[in-house]
Design a protein around this ligand. Structure first.
Ligand code: AMP
Ligand code: MG
Length: 390
């Protein structure tokens, strides 16, 4: 059995970004840029008014002859003489020589003359050509996660396509004779399958939308066949349950029979001891314990960082932060504990219901409190490390 840090270290060797592909920028939400994006234009692409008002060549004079009007979108190339002004609107192209726009609230109009009551400083309300970004400059750097603002920014520069890291094809294999679909009637001995939806949504949260889910009974034949198919069709296989040592746990044997290579099996942790990690050629497999809290805990600590690295994220682990323990925490297990906890204002409290079968504490937690394997007690007031979940 290996330690948590050894397990993380093993997985680290597989944390390599996926191949680079091109995608329409509008469809690249949550993807990570695989190369710098260079601006093809100046932004703004012309000298632009940032106010509704009057454009003029700045001087000490208070009175200017009005010679016309320029609306936003008007492409006319206009030039002013000294002593002249034009009516102008927000976003409109400022005449060539004009350098200042006075806001309309600060002027009076008399007989086609503009009288400036409050003289702005030179250059006020005029956005210079390329003020935000100039043609050829880097708009966004490699490694930037594309959120809605980033995509809007790139579209505003006229960019159509971006290079991003391809999403891995992920499949989930759910094992368990006892599992029923929500909506079906539960008979004695049965429980609802919750891992498939939890894992699917956890994948969605990091931007992986297309997931193939297969559900099988606990037979060697079905397990071996399903794993064979998933190894062929996916980049990443997540298996739920059947990886323990029970007589009906066929996952490990089925992985072996499909020539998947084990990197490690069993981690000195609670929950989630029987975690299996390995690969067949380039397809990576995480066999997660079936207990709902174990499976989700392993997802956050091991699967999520691996997948985020595949997607090109630079900081792919969930943040590990420090807080102060609200109460004594005892670790009698000699294992690393991941306790569902609540951290508020730097104070960390483990929640009730830490059993690996229990999801309620997970549902209301915002963190996993990390108790090292060699630490028997953490005293109230002592510093504690936690993994920030939300
Ligand atoms: P296993 O890892 O297959 O031995 O399962 C351990 C425990 O987790 C058993 O009590 C299962 O009923 C439960 N379990 C396994 N898979 C799921 C699932 N998909 N949803 C909810 N509970 C599960
Ligand atoms: Mg099972």
């Amino acid at each position: 059995m290996i330690s948590v840090s050894e397990a993380i270290q093993h997985i680290e060797n597989y944390c390599i970004p996926s191949i680079i592909i091109e995608k329409p920028v509008q469809k690249a939400l949550n993807y990570v840029l695989a190369e710098d994006v260079v601006s093809p234009i100046n932004m703004p692409p012309f000298k632009q008014s940032s106010m509704d008002g009057y454009a003029f060549i700045h001087s000490k004079k208070e009175s200017y002859k009005l010679v016309g009007e320029i609306q936003a979108g008007n492409s006319k190339d206009t030039t002013l003489e000294e002593g002249e002004a034009v009516r102008i609107f927000t976003g409109a192209r400022v005449p060539n020589d004009a350098d200042t726009v006075v806001m309309q609230e600060h002027v009076k109009i008399e007989n086609d003359y503009l009288l400036i009551e409050k003289m702005p400083k030179k250059s006020t309300n005029v956005r210079p050509l390329g003020e935000q970004i100039k043609v050829g400059e880097i708009a966004l750097e490699k490694g930037t996660e594309l959120n809605e603002a980033a995509i809007g920014f790139l579209v505003g520069l006229g960019i159509l396509k971006v290079k991003i890291y391809k999403q891995p094809k992920v499949s989930i294999l759910i094992t368990g004779n006892e599992l029923k679909e929500v909506g079906e009637e539960l008979k004695a001995g049965e429980v609802y399958d919750s891992n498939s939806i939890t894992l699917k949504l956890a994948l969605q949260q990091i931007g992986i939308k297309k997931v193939r889910i297969t559900k099988i009974k606990d037979t060697f034949k079905a397990t071996k066949k399903a794993i064979k198919k998933q190894l062929e069709k996916s980049d990443v296989v997540l298996i739920s349950g059947g990886i323990s040592v029970g007589d009906y746990d066929f996952v490990k044997k089925s992985l072996e029979e499909n020539q998947a290579k084990e990197v490690f099996y069993k981690v000195n942790q609670k929950p989630g001891k029987p975690l299996w990690f390995g690969h067949k050629e380039d397809t990576v497999v995480f066999a997660l314990p079936g207990n709902p809290a174990s499976s989700l805990s392993c997802f956050y600590v091991y699967v999520l960082p691996f997948l985020k690295a595949k997607l090109g994220h630079v900081n792919y682990h969930l943040p590990r932060l420090k807080a102060i323990a609200k109460e004594d925490i005892i670790n009698i297990h000699g294992k690393t504990l991941f306790l569902k906890g609540k951290v508020d204002n730097g104070i960390a409290k483990p929640l009730k219901g830490q059993a690996s079968s229990m999801l309620k504490s997970f549902a209301i937690s915002n963190s996993l409190l990390l108790i090292p394997e060699n630490k028997e007690t953490i005293k109230k007031g002592e510093e504690i490390t936690y993994i920030k979940l939300r």
